[in-house]
Ligand binder design. Structure first.
Ligand SMILES: *Cc1c(COP(=O)(O)O)cnc(C)c1O
Length: 403
């Protein structure tokens, strides 16, 4: 058996999405910007249909959807584009510490190269910020608040409707990275006061290298400065020939999510809970990371005390998961997201992210529970620290001999 539980990193493309895309490679291959012939018109028609499919998921007008190469680009256009367009009004941006690097890095860039002031709000033990924290951080200089909906590592959902409402009251633009929630958790851009929203095809069983950015056109009309200069495609906000097959695939993937919105997220969350309960009921000293209830349906992140995450992963190499350590160059750094929650380095290194998707089965979950429990027990048996802890020795009191 080979089990894929790394759906927060990327997902398998749904076969129905592949079917929808195929004709756009070999039959309808025109440039969607070609206005002078049917090849172009047909491609444009497919692109506009996909715009409707994506817009429908979030209650937007299709005209408010901008195609991108993915969420990294979408976040860059949103943050740097707003900074460019509204930088005269003010030079302060509010975000929070557990955002994806595709939000944190553009913000740091604006601070370092363009003198913006960035507030990185801290999070609580579950990884949440509150609208109150945002309110306290707002100044007359604030032009943008960027807070993600669901976290990719720990699954925690942020109170974006409350934050959006606050931003509306204060006339500040609100951007939210919804990669992990688009099509999985209900989103309504108007009810939630969202001005800009990022999503990505490959997180929703669509293709890689394509995404969408929602940019509000009314109440208020939001404009992004140009990050990609060229032929003026996508209302001037993102030039470049459109990836028609990719866009068709993203549209289809969005439609599938919308069609199954009432049942699929619940079914995935039930499997996620089965996994969590199956593991946590059989092992001691295991801890769930992220919010117990306010979390995405796909994510289960657990720390296994006295076991090193990387070793644990090697113990079940037929199950694809990811660990709480980021393999940056040579060093193994504990995840900045877990650190932000106050999880210690040891526990962060012992954490595993299991993330489920449309194609996850109950048999796979049951197999995973069995394999994980057995691997943790075996590794703990080999661990002198675990043995000492079992004997009631307080490890903090131990005088370790110098190396
Ligand atoms: C995957 C992901 C991204 C990056 O998306 P790409 O389309 O791969 O560039 C950004 N933010 C979050 C929350 C993600 O999960």
């Amino acid at each position: 058996m080979r089990v894929y539980l790394d759906n927060n990193a990327t997902t398998r493309v749904d076969p129905a999405v592949v079917d929808a895309m195929l004709p756009y490679f070999t039959e309808v291959y025109g440039n969607a910007a070609s206005r002078s012939h049917a090849f172009g018109w047909e491609a444009e028609k497919a692109v506009e249909r996909a715009r409707e499919q994506v817009a429908a998921v979030i209650g937007a007008d299709p005209k408010e959807i901008i195609w991108t190469s993915g969420a990294t680009e979408g976040n860059n256009i949103a943050i740097k584009g707003i900074a460019e367009m509204y930088g005269e009004k003010g030079r302060h941006i509010i975000t929070q510490v557990t955002e994806h690097k595709a939000v944190l890095d553009p913000c740091s860039y604006l601070a370092e190269k363009h003198g913006f002031k960035i507030t990185f709000l801290p999070v609580d033990q579950y990884g949440r910020v509150s609208a109150e924290q945002v309110r306290e951080a707002l100044t007359d200089e604030t032009i943008l608040v960027s807070i993600m909906h669901g976290n990719n590592e720990i699954g925690t959902l942020q109170p974006i409707a409350e934050i959006g409402k606050l931003c509306k009251e204060r006339g500040v633009i609100f951007h939210t990275d919804c990669c992990q929630t688009f099509g999985k958790v209900p989103i309504d851009v108007s009810a939630m006061g969202i001005d800009l929203l990022t999503c990505s095809g490959h997180k929703i069983h669509g293709p890689k290298g394509v995404g969408a950015l929602y940019v509000r056109r009314r109440n208020p009309r939001v404009r992004c400065g140009t990050v990609m200069h060229g032929g003026g495609h996508e209302r001037g906000m993102r030039s470049g020939t459109l990836n028609v097959p990719g866009i068709v695939g993203l549209g289809k993937a969005a439609e599938l999510c919308r069609m199954h919105m009432d049942s699929e997220p619940k079914a995935i969350a039930a499997l996620r809970d089965r996994l969590k309960d199956g593991i946590m009921s059989q092992l001691e000293e295991v801890y769930l990371n992220g919010h117990p209830v306010e979390r995405t349906p796909t994510n289960c992140n657990i720390s296994f005390a006295y076991v090193e995450g990387e070793s644990l992963m090697m113990g079940f190499d037929d199950i694809a998961v990811s660990s709480g350590s980021a393999c940056t160059s040579a060093s193994l750094e504990p995840s900045y997201v877990l650190k932000a929650l106050g999880v210690g380095d040891e526990l962060a290194h012992s954490s595993i992210r299991f993330s489920l998707g449309r194609f996850t089965t109950q048999a796979e979950i049951d197999y995973t529970i069995e394999r994980v429990v057995a691997s943790v027990r075996r590794l703990r048996e080999l661990s002198p620290l675990w043995e000492m802890a079992q004997e009631g020795i307080d490890l903090k009191s131990v005088q370790w001999a110098p190396h």
